[in-house]
Design a protein around this ligand. Structure first.
Ligand code: NAD
Length: 256
């Protein structure tokens, strides 16, 4: 059980982050949810999770595109035994048409935010004598696809950062790993279907079948519950020698 541990999950009012937060709370951890909004429903979500699992659950607003807010999130959490770097955005365009401000935002949110949260959280983990860093990378941290230059650069970058942190903490009862999911049907994926359809000159249904699931030999989407289960496993004692590496949950995508 993760009772008494505190997990901070960035970008967790939706999709995979929310699924991982629910799974960690289900395993007994206190959870800190995050996104850049500060709506009633964000706080209500935390309350609902706290009640459902009998844990402490809070929502803290912080914009992961800003380094100082990333660090402030960890400070405000007050404890961070488990850090899940999950916040991420996507933009689909050929590199010569890729808006520079989208490049900057993707590198900031999908890559640099993890640098700042890890830097702020490691001293807390060292003090506690235990820690888990889980970075939500992607199959796109290991493989490329056209029209996603910023995302793929950021995800390859976070895989490299994960290995480095694994080495720097190897003697300290702290592990750092990257989960590399294939396609999960979340708002992030749903929202890129129209642009992808435009680039490939296909209908949206064809994009799901011929572009998205074409990558995934299982022909099934990965679920947020499966990824939550993987995160809980990485927090268990059985996983304490798993560090500085990637774990794929991609229906066979990276086998070829
Ligand atoms: P999603 O859009 O449902 O969730 C993204 C989360 O990040 C949301 O909670 C959003 O509010 C938050 N976020 C965005 N910008 C933020 C900011 N500036 N500050 C704080 N929070 C911010 O998408 P998802 O599919 O659940 O994606 C979660 C992570 O999983 C991302 O890193 C994504 O790259 C990765 N991933 C997704 C898939 C997939 O197929 N969906 C596959 C592999 C990896």
């Amino acid at each position: 059980s993760l009772k008494g541990k505190t997990a901070v999950i960035t970008g967790s009012n939706s999709g995979i982050g929310l699924g991982v937060a629910r799974a960690l709370a289900g395993a007994g951890a206190n959870v800190v949810l995050n996104s850049f909004t500060d709506r009633k429903e964000d706080h209500a979500l935390a309350e609902e999770i706290g009640r459902a699992h009998g844990v402490e659950a809070r929502y803290i607003k912080a914009d992961m595109s800003k380094g100082d807010e990333c660090r402030a999130l960890i400070e405000q959490a007050g404890a961070c035994d488990i850090l899940v770097n999950n916040a991420g955005i996507q933009h689909v365009a050929p590199i010569d048409e890729f808006p520079a401000e989208k490049w900057d935002a993707i590198i900031a949110i999908n890559l640099s935010s993890a640098f700042h949260t890890i830097a702020a959280a490691l001293p807390m983990m060292r003090k506690a004598g235990w820690g888990r860093v889980i970075n939500i990378a992607s199959a796109h941290g290991l493989r490329a696809s056209p029209f996603k230059s910023a995302y793929i650069s950021a995800k390859h970058g976070i895989v490299g950062m994960t290995k480095t942190v694994g080495l720097e903490t190897a003697r300290e009862n702290i592990t750092a790993n990257a989960i590399c999911p294939g396609y999960v049907l979340t708002p992030l994926v749903e929202s890129q279907i129209p642009d992808t359809a435009k680039e490939y000159k296909m209908s949206e249904d064809e994009v799901v079948e011929k572009v998205i699931l074409q990558k995934q030999p299982s022909k099934e989407f990965v679920t947020v519950e499966q990824l939550g289960g993987l995160a809980v496993f990485l927090c268990s004692d059985h996983a304490s020698q798993i560090t500085g590496t990637t774990i794929s949950a991609d229906g066979g995508w990276t086998a070829s």
